[in-house]
Ligand binder design. Structure first.
Ligand code: IDP
Ligand code: MG
Length: 149
């Protein structure tokens, strides 16, 4: 089953949006398989955003991610990577559609509340970066038959 990695960034945690954000994925029907509140190390932040290391915003982004706790999440479900990105919305909240998390709660690109893996392969490497195998929980929600045909 497909999995994605989601992180509620420091602004989302500070703004008390954790329950709201997790709720959107739960209500959609995706299954939580990993969930933890953590202070992110500089090494992890730099690794996670490694593709952006030459960009001018990289140092500020890393400092921001390590500045305050983050909620790390793994979700499972058919098509969860692409659908998760749709629920999150466009990178710049000023361009994100209303109804998306960034569209509803964000007002600037540097404080866009949430991260979501952009492809299945990225998701696999990000999950391995952020979670130990034993932190991921295998379980069967009783609601599954009401969500999948
Ligand atoms: P994504 O989070 O929608 O996948 P990416 O382009 O991968 O967007 O950028 C990663 C993160 O870097 C963004 O979510 C945002 O926090 C930050 N970022 C991207 N572009 C800018 C920028 O131009 N200024 C400040 N921060 C940026
Ligand atoms: Mg990205």
């Amino acid at each position: 089953m497909e999995r994605t990695f989601i992180a509620i960034k420091p602004d989302g945690v500070q703004r008390k949006l954790v329950a709201e954000i997790i709720g959107r994925f739960e209500q959609k029907g995706f299954k939580l398989v990993g969930l933890k509140l953590m202070k992110v190390s500089k090494e992890l932040a730099e690794q996670h955003y490694g593709v952006h290391k030459e960009r001018p915003f990289f140092p500020g982004l890393v400092e921001f991610i390590i500045s305050s706790p983050v909620v790390a999440i793994v979700l499972e479900g058919d098509g969860v990577v692409a659908a998760g990105r749709k629920i999150i919305g466009a990178t710049n909240p000023l361009n994100s559609e209303p109804g998306t998390i960034r569209g509803d709660y964000g007002a600037s690109i540097g404080r866009n509340l949430i991260h979501g893996s952009d492809a299945i392969e990225t998701a696999q490497s990000e999950i391995a970066m952020w979670f130990k195998e034993e932190e991921l929980v295998t379980w069967e929600p009783t609601m599954t038959k009401w969500i999948y045909e």
